[in-house]
Design a protein around this ligand. Structure first.
Ligand SMILES: [Zn+2]
Ligand SMILES: [Zn+2]
Length: 333
């Protein structure tokens, strides 16, 4: 819980300043400084615990204009040399969402820490924005959720830039809520591979650049409180496609909120339980076979696939020559 006003309660940690945040799961009332510090140290602790950033790594930070991105950028920039970090911001091209001015604010913010941000639009990369892809696909009778077009495009772009820029890891700003939702959804679907993929030590079957999630132990409300306390100018608009169909994720999200409200710390304990239970077993999971390259664009894909997932999806939508095929992804890893 975040208190906007000043209250006559002293911070449980420093005992000096007024408390501004009540961290229900720890029972602590914290001042702004101590709260921000508690978030940062959790991020750094998680990064070190799982080797999310190791000596010699250079990390591509997938960032948007949202609060989570700001928190990830700042907490990592305070710990790691700016020369090892580079931002990548993808403009999806969804009306009202992640606009260029939101991204510009983020680019300036990153610059303040010496971190460069590459800005690329889905439209420049694919040839159509996410909105246009969905419209095109629907006009041809292909019913595929907007999130599929968006997710696959973003992934393609991230992999391309990671390889082109020589990054050894891609960090995304998924928070604790996102991770537990994904975990529960995969469990409800009986998707064991999906469950395993949530673990920070999971193997990377497709041979791509390893993805890491430094904010995996930070609640979403905490990234919001952090961003407000630090005065970040982040975008708050939600994607227009989120309302389109009540997905399983939306239902799981509500159920988990209720659980967390009644039993603070549930999400944190659930992910911790999962981390520990799978820690030893996951080391024995062999990375799945070899990889091959997409015959159309050259991106890495699982063995036996002619086309990568994005090329395949776009073909079904009637797009056989996306712009990125001219880039040919034969960049060395
Ligand atoms: Zn304090
Ligand atoms: Zn392809």
């Amino acid at each position: 819980m975040f208190w906007r006003g000043f209250l006559l309660v002293v911070c449980d940690v420093c005992g000096l300043r007024g408390a501004r945040v009540f961290q229900a799961y720890s029972g602590l009332r914290l001042c702004g400084e101590c709260f921000v510090e508690s978030v940062r140290s959790r991020v750094w602790g998680e990064v070190e615990r799982w080797g999310l950033i190791e000596p010699g790594d250079s990390v591509l930070l997938a960032v948007s204009g949202g609060k989570d991105s700001y928190v990830m950028l700042e907490s990592l920039a305070l710990r790691y040399k700016a020369s090892r970090l580079i931002g990548l911001s993808i403009i999806e091209g969804i009306p009202g969402y992640n606009r260029e001015d939101d991204v510009r604010a983020l680019v300036d913010f990153a610059k303040g820490y010496g971190v460069d941000v590459v800005v690329v639009s889905v439209r420049d990369y694919v040839g159509l924005s996410v909105y246009e892809m969905v419209r095109e696909a629907r006009s041809r009778g292909l019913v595929e959720s907007a999130c599929t077009f968006c997710g696959l495009s973003r992934r393609h772009i991230m992999d391309y830039y990671a390889r082109m820029l020589g990054a050894s890891k891609v960090a995304t700003a998924h928070n604790l809520d996102d991770e537990v939702q994904t975990l529960v959804i995969n469990m409800l679907r009986g998707d064991v591979i999906g469950v395993v993929k949530v673990h920070p030590l999971s193997p990377h079957p497709e041979g791509g650049v390893r993805r890491v999630k430094p904010l995996r132990k930070v609640y979403e409300w905490e990234t919001a409180a952090y961003a407000m306390l630090r005065g970040f100018r982040f975008q708050e608009t939600e994607c227009m496609f989120i309302e389109e169909n009540p997905t399983l994720r939306a239902k799981v999200r509500i159920a988990l909120y209720d659980l967390e409200r009644e039993h603070p710390g549930s999400l944190l304990r659930l992910l911790e339980y999962f981390d520990k239970t799978l820690q030893d077993a996951i080391k024995k999971v062999e990375p799945k076979g070899s990889t091959s390259t997409c015959s159309r664009c050259g991106a890495l894909t699982t063995q036996g696939r002619g086309l990568c997932k994005l090329c395949e999806l776009l073909e079904r939508a009637g797009l056989t020559e996306p712009r990125y095929t001219r880039l040919r992804l034969s960049v060395k890893r």
